[in-house]
Design a protein around this ligand. Structure first.
Ligand SMILES: [Zn+2]
Ligand SMILES: [Zn+2]
Length: 163
């Protein structure tokens, strides 16, 4: 059980410290490993939550939840930023209106989407799609799966509900 007011785990239905009704699931947090270039999914109560399970280095807090960005969506983002294929070999993830490119966040606003006409976007997508391969993406996802085996069902459900 989890008390979200005290940010602590407890055995009780009601937190012994503040009296708040507790929740079933301990929340998850996502940390970024700069060496492995993948997000690590951790329980927020874990004492080792900022340690990468693979390389054992200290990771930095990224966000509360996250989904993978597939190559097609990445190309769309690049076109909107006028940087086609710039992130081909980067680890790209998303959470709400925020993208994370190699751990650095970019906020996408509505204004941003309106900058180019749908025709221009379609034209650009067609122009670059041949070179938009998924080699890096596939390797990055494989590494992410290896690192996060235990908590993966959570994020796969997130991705499915998005698609
Ligand atoms: Zn409490
Ligand atoms: Zn690592």
């Amino acid at each position: 059980m989890w008390c979200k007011i005290c940010n602590r785990e407890t055995e009780r239905e009601k937190c012994e410290l503040c009296g708040n009704k507790t929740e079933q699931d301990t929340p998850l947090e996502i940390y970024w490993c700069e060496d492995c270039k993948v997000p690590n999914i951790k329980y927020s109560s874990g004492i080792d939550k900022d340690i990468c399970p693979s390389c054992k280095r200290i990771t930095s807090y990224l966000c509360a939840d996250l989904r993978p960005v597939f190559p097609e969506e990445r190309l769309l983002l690049e076109i909107l930023q006028d940087k086609p294929l710039a992130y081909l070999n980067k680890s790209v993830w998303a959470s709400n209106n925020r993208y994370y490119i190699d751990g650095k966040s970019v906020i996408i606003t509505v204004k941003f989407y309106k900058k180019l006409s749908p025709d221009t976007i379609r034209e650009q997508l067609a122009k670059y799609s041949d070179r938009n391969d998924s080699d890096f993406f596939d390797k990055n996802i494989k590494r992410f799966v290896d690192l996060n085996k235990t908590r993966l069902n959570y994020i796969i459900d997130e991705a499915r509900s998005f698609i």
